[in-house]
Design a protein around this ligand. Structure first.
Ligand SMILES: [Zn+2]
Length: 279
């Protein structure tokens, strides 16, 4: 029986920005195990919003690599399901509706800062392992004042408020808004919804009950909890996995091309041999 009140729904949410990597596969494998243990449904969501980074040809390769490794999902871009479409690029109307809700509720403001502006702002402290904390330059901005300048939409965090949640893997977590993370972008100046917003909107719409992902996203979870609240949505449970490190303790990243599932497969590795190294 499921330990959750609602039927368990988990997701794999890869971004087709390159070949699938062994590090992703491990997190996804945990996600699949969680869904199986809870007799739940696993969905595949293709996070293809960032058209400057992703390439269409990676999608079939991604699906093939996932299948080869032993992943099985019940809903997804290739097989459909009750919450279709499962490609984020086809879900823009959901993100626009959420943005409008945030705007009307006064939760966001237009920000004309460039990355460089933020880096140069003398008062901007850097939170640990994360991007610089936004100095609040545009907090009082009105949309009418942006003129012809490009702007992003930024979420105003409640300074000093502790955002706490109980992580299924790592236990009690707490982050202080304005100290551990600052006002964050929900809509990019190039018209693309930011990861934080798209992720929350889709996890809620697809009725995901538990989000399994890498521990590098712990602070993002605090941001997303604020978004759930602003949008009047109930957050799912969270389960953050340890990230794979190489022999020298450096986090595995995409630059470790030798660890793409594609290459490992070509070099004669099997899914079983790769999984034996993890557990
Ligand atoms: Zn700004």
């Amino acid at each position: 029986m499921s330990r959750f009140e609602k039927p368990y729904r988990g997701r794999l949410a890869p971004s087709p920005t390159g070949l699938l990597h062994l590090g992703h596969a491990r997190t996804f494998w945990v996600a699949q195990q969680r869904a199986k243990e809870n007799e739940g449904t696993l969905i595949l969501r293709n996070e293809d919003l960032d058209s400057t980074r992703f390439k269409m040809e990676f999608v079939p390769a991604m699906i093939e690599d996932l299948r080869w490794f032993g992943f099985e999902w019940q809903e997804g871009p290739n097989c459909g399901g009750p919450f279709a479409p499962y490609n984020q690029s086809e879900r823009m109307h959901f993100y626009h509706a959420a943005l409008e809700k945030l705007r009307i509720g006064g939760f966001i403001y237009p920000c004309t800062c460039t990355r460089k502006d933020i880096r140069l702002a003398a008062s901007a402290p850097h939170s640990e392992n994360d991007e610089p904390i936004y100095p609040g330059t545009c907090r009082q901005n009105r949309q009418s004042a942006t003129g012809n300048r490009k702007f992003s939409w930024r979420f105003r965090v409640p300074d000093g408020e502790t955002v706490a949640f109980n992580d299924g893997n790592r236990g009690a977590q707490a982050f202080v808004a304005g100290r551990d993370f600052g006002d964050f972008v929900v809509w990019r100046h190039d018209g693309v919804p930011a990861y934080q917003l798209a992720c929350v909107v889709d996890d809620a719409a697809m009725q995901i009950t538990e989000v399994v992902r890498g521990e590098d996203l712990l602070i993002s979870t605090a941001r997303q909890i604020l978004l759930y609240r602003a949008l009047g949505l109930e957050p799912p449970a969270f389960f953050h996995c340890e990230l794979m490190k190489d022999d020298s303790g450096v986090r595995l990243a995409k630059r470790h091309n030798a660890l793409s599932l594609r290459l490992l497969r070509e070099n004669g590795e099997t899914p079983e041999s790769l999984r034996r190294k993890w557990f």
